[in-house]
Design a protein around this ligand. Structure first.
Ligand code: 7TS
Length: 413
């Protein structure tokens, strides 16, 4: 199928109407939302699932004998089952519900790494990572005396695989790598990277925050040990997310937080922890948000991850072609495999100024370092302007972006 034919697939074109926030004017112009990598908009299906739960079913989960508590528990645990299916996890016991990618990664750093790392051990990451996949490892390295190693990237924004491989020695206890770079859109060859690490006995965590919204993710096919992602980047509510981990690893990890729901028995002499996944879910969880996330999974599956991936691939190609035609525009991040994320610079206009001019024309993009300061340092930049795509974007959005950039060039001429 030609890229533009793919863009016209009826299933995808109709999706736009499912997202009420897209149908509004900003500064007098129809909104063009190109900031889904930061947080995506929510379809009616998600908004309605949360609203129905709040109106009719709300009660605390796992503890009441009354009908509302049963209903809330069923909906909440039903969302866990949907998420298990979505990433093809072998067991629901392995699906830990968290507040998002950041908490999922911190959980692994503190419950898996902190008790086991020794001085001299190493944790390996890459230059492409989001701060959420850097700082938790810095903290645990400081706590344990382990060392943080960073694999370099090339000028396209791709991980240098030979150099990554050279850093994988028996001292490395964990490799943490992003599935897709939020700053540059690079789709990392995670299957290959995981296979290389696993061949050397290295535990692998994949930061899937920018992976799950855009492509089919099968944790068993990937072969990693942990996979972390956020609900609000996959059309679900904020404050929701998942840590998937292999059961044999999770079983041996101490709890991350203490509190209600994560115990079977408490006395002052001895506390017996609950079984998986509840051992890692202390306190009243984000019940409404998680139910909304379950609805987001249903929504994504009804559109089809394959359709979404093809649509975004074609639209990204269209966006890059159009951006390259803008005088004075420089792409930042030109990986051979890229998801629907594109960073760029326009002449010497500061990204924040450019973002403001675009907003005046109804076009929402993100500007700055994108919580990936090392990537910016690698390219010698304080920041970029970033347009990021989701299933609801179309060629008209890109045309509006280009027109807004042309206007910005005039303003700053
Ligand atoms: N990892 C990656 C690759 C991300 O893109 C983000 C958020 C996170 C981790 C953290 O996710 P959270 O849901 O726990 O906050 N990325 C972005 C972004 O690109 N713009 O705003 C947030």
């Amino acid at each position: 199928m030609s890229p533009l034919a793919a863009l016209a697939t009826a299933d995808i074109a109709g999706c736009r109407d499912d997202f009420p926030a897209l149908h509004q004017t900003i500064n007098g112009q129809a909104l063009v939302f190109l900031d889904s990598a930061a947080s995506s908009q929510q379809p009616f299906a998600v908004i309605d699932a949360v609203s129905r739960y709040q109106r009719e079913d709300h009660a605390n989960v796992h503890r009441g004998v009354h009908t509302l508590s049963h209903r809330a528990t069923e909906l909440y645990e039903g969302a866990r089952d949907k998420l298990r299916d979505f990433i093809n996890a072998p067991s629901r016991r392995e699906v830990i519900l968290t507040s998002g990618t950041t908490e999922s990664i911190n959980l692994v750093a503190q419950s898996y790494c902190r008790p086991s790392l020794q001085p001299g051990d190493q944790v390996l990451i890459t230059w492409l990572e989001h701060h959420s996949n850097i700082v938790p490892w810095q903290l645990v390295c400081e706590q344990t005396g382990a060392e943080l190693l960073v694999a370099p990237i090339n000028d396209r924004g791709e991980i240098e695989l030979d150099e990554l491989q050279a850093l994988m020695t028996e001292r490395v206890k964990l490799l943490a790598v992003g599935h897709v770079s939020n700053a540059l859109g690079t789709v990392n060859p995670v299957v290959d990277i995981i296979a290389r690490a696993k061949a050397l006995g290295i535990t692998v965590l994949v930061d899937g925050a920018q992976g799950v919204p855009h492509m089919n993710v099968d944790v068993q096919a990937l072969g990693c040990d942990f996979y972390a992602f956020s609900g609000h980047k996959m059309f679900g509510p904020t404050g929701t997310g998942v840590l998937w981990g292999r059961e044999e690893l999770l079983e041996n990890m101490p709890p991350y937080k203490g509190g209600g729901d994560m115990i079977l028995e408490v006395s002052f002499e001895k506390t017996v922890f609950n079984e998986l996944p509840y051992k890692f879910e202390a306190g009243t969880p984000n019940i409404a948000g998680t139910i909304g996330l379950g609805a987001a999974v249903d929504y994504l599956q009804s559109v089809g991850m394959q359709n979404i991936e093809e649509h975004e691939k074609a639209l990204h190609r269209y966006m890059v072609d159009q951006l390259e035609s803008v005088e004075g525009l420089r792409l930042v991040g030109t990986a051979r495999k890229q998801a629907g994320v594109q960073s760029f610079l326009l002449n010497d206009i500061h990204p924040h100024d450019l973002g403001t001019i675009l907003d005046h024309q109804g076009v929402a993009v993100r500007t700055g370092h994108h919580c990936a300061m090392p990537v910016m340092q690698r390219f010698g930049l304080p920041g970029t302007t970033r347009a990021s795509l989701a299933l609801y974007n179309n060629t008209n959005d890109i045309d509006r972006l280009i027109a807004a950039l042309d206007k910005a060039r005039e303003v700053f001429a």
